[in-house]
Design a protein around this ligand. Structure first.
Ligand SMILES: Cc1cc2nc3c(=O)[nH]c(=O)nc-3n(C[C@H](O)[C@H](O)[C@H](O)COP(=O)(O)OP(=O)(O)OC[C@H]3O[C@@H](n4cnc5c(N)ncnc54)[C@H](O)[C@@H]3O)c2cc1C
Length: 478
């Protein structure tokens, strides 16, 4: 074991916050940062879904374990409380999974991703977490004329493997009935997709963790993580913890660390939302309109909350040079302006409605779009979860199972799933500054191309040629 000595960048929390996060934090007591010295069995860095699910699954299996969660800001203020609350599975990744794992492995991973979503429903029901976890219709649509839907490869792979995905094609007349004159040209629908209030879930998980004797320290940014004899040292500004094992669950905030740098890049996902407008939705025939995503590379995702708040997001926004999480990751006026134009396009019936809420958050994009739940070769007492690529609401629940088994040294089903995910690798990103420069050029081309398509203009030939490079990576190191 060679050991590690990592310095984490100073953590900076920035408003604006998602409206559901503001609501979930209302009345929360001021954080009590960790100070002094302590020894624990397990120290978890990051109090988002990954960290909290792991803590809770550990507690479930070992009541005597001492567990501390160190969260730089408040639990849920990272991506977990800012997202759009769509808890998905990995059916869309079927072609990649078949290629990397073969039929049996691919189907095992997909089944585990579905079980994770069921797990969320079970846990919130058992612990009375009021996070609006619900099943809704969700449509994956082509919203530009002449562009094929992105679901073709998934259906072809499913047919070859003899399996049936949960989505079904939506006939043109049904699409018209659902979306009227809005620009929906083709689509597939999942009848029972899971949506929830992510901030309420994060705060609920924290509440259960505290009730179960897990020490949760908010306002406690970790500054250093170092291997030592007989323990791993975790330092904050005010204190030091000696841990037998550590779970790194700081998402995009840990992407700059050497083990992850090659395979994860950081960019923002951005969102806008109306206030709650249930009467407007009812009056304009939008009350039953399903949410979902479209087939763009900078994909839009959105829906309506049970209270009638309409929200829309767009992935792959601000790029983080060297995985830095700057101000633009939290709030980028240009991203929000473009997103507002997307909103007016996709919801022409709401052209006169204000969008008073706009925010962003960092996502950790892996080269495959799949996360890794693993253990560091340099120090097998340190486990990690990274690479959710903007799809972590369901996957973090699976992370909790896999990393709890890793910490407890169990060779169970979850260990197998972690090992299978470890085999889903296909390349690496170039080093900086090349990564940032190349990504900026290609992303600008994708942006121009997709805005042109949205506005019914022909994209330039150069942009059409450059756009597919968005998915390019260098060969993996052997
Ligand atoms: C705008 C947006 C919309 C999204 N929409 C969806 C969606 O609809 N569906 C979906 O599946 N996924 C979505 N995602 C992605 C999803 O939110 C994430 O994949 C998921 O929340 C990751 O959870 P996490 O616990 O790993 O990370 P986080 O929730 O980011 O938690 C990491 C935590 O680590 C803390 N931290 C950072 N540095 C330190 C440090 N030095 N010391 C201590 N703590 C530290 C942070 O404060 C943070 O709370 C979206 C993301 C964004 C930004």
């Amino acid at each position: 074991m060679s050991g590690v000595d990592f310095r984490l960048r100073p953590f900076i929390a920035r408003p604006p916050r998602a409206p559901w996060l503001v609501a979930a934090l209302a009345g929360a007591a001021a954080p009590l940062p960790f100070s002094g010295e302590a020894g624990v069995d397990v120290c978890i860095i990051g109090g988002g879904f990954s960290g909290l699910w792991t803590a809770l699954r550990l507690r479930e299996q070992d009541a005597a374990l001492s567990i501390a969660v160190l969260e730089a800001d408040r639990c849920g203020t990272g991506a977990s409380g800012r997202n759009s609350g769509a808890a998905g599975h990995w059916w869309t990744r079927l072609p990649l999974l078949l290629k990397c794992l073969g039929r049996e492995g691919a189907l095992a991973v997909i089944a585990a991703s579905e079980a994770a979503v069921e797990d969320i429903h079970g846990f919130v029901a058992q612990h009375g977490i009021a996070c609006e976890a619900r099943f809704e219709r969700s449509v994956w649509a082509a919203t530009a004329p002449g562009r094929p839907g992105a679901w073709g490869p998934m259906f072809r792979a499913a047919e070859a493997a003899g399996v049936t995905p949960p989505q079904r094609p939506v006939p043109a007349e049904e699409l018209r009935a659902l979306y009227g004159d809005a620009p929906y040209f083709a689509g597939v629908m999942e009848e029972r997709a899971t949506r929830l209030d992510p901030a309420a879930l994060a705060r609920g998980l924290r509440r259960v963790a505290l009730a179960q004797g897990i020490a949760v320290h908010e306002g406690s940014a970790v500054t250093r993580l170092a291997s030592a004899d007989g323990h791993v040292l975790v330092e904050t500004r005010g204190g030091r913890i000696r841990a037998q094992q550590v779970v790194l669950a700081a998402n995009a905030w840990m992407a700059q660390l050497a083990p992850f740098r090659d395979e994860v890049m950081v960019l923002s996902s951005d969102m806008v939302a109306t206030d709650a407008i249930p009467q407007v939705l009812a009056a304009r025939g939008l009350a039953g309109r399903p949410g979902g995503t479209n087939s763009r590379m900078m994909l839009n995702y959105g829906g309506v909350t049970p209270a009638g708040q309409v929200y829309l997001g767009r992935g792959a926004g601000v790029l983080g040079f060297g995985a830095r999480i700057g101000v633009g990751m939290h709030h980028a006026p240009r991203q929000l302006r473009e997103l507002a134009a997307d909103f007016r396009h996709l919801y022409p019936e709401l052209h006169d409605q204000a969008l008073p809420h706009g925010w962003g958050g960092p996502i950790d994009r892996s080269t495959t779009g799949m996360p890794q739940f693993g253990t560091l070769a340099a120090d097998p007492r340190i486990h990690y979860a990274i690479g959710y690529t903007g799809h972590g609401v369901g996957a973090t629940a699976l992370c909790g199972r896999v990393l709890a088994s890793a910490v407890l040294g169990k060779r169970d089903r979850w260990h197998e799933i972690g090992a299978l995910l470890g085999r889903v690798r296909n390349g690496r990103y170039p080093p900086e500054p090349l990564r940032y420069l190349a990504a900026s050029v290609v992303q600008a081309a994708v942006r121009r191309k997709e805005i042109a398509e949205r506005d019914g203009r022909k994209p330039s030939r150069l942009d059409v040629k450059l756009a597919p490079w968005a998915l390019a990576t260098l060969p993996a190191r052997r």
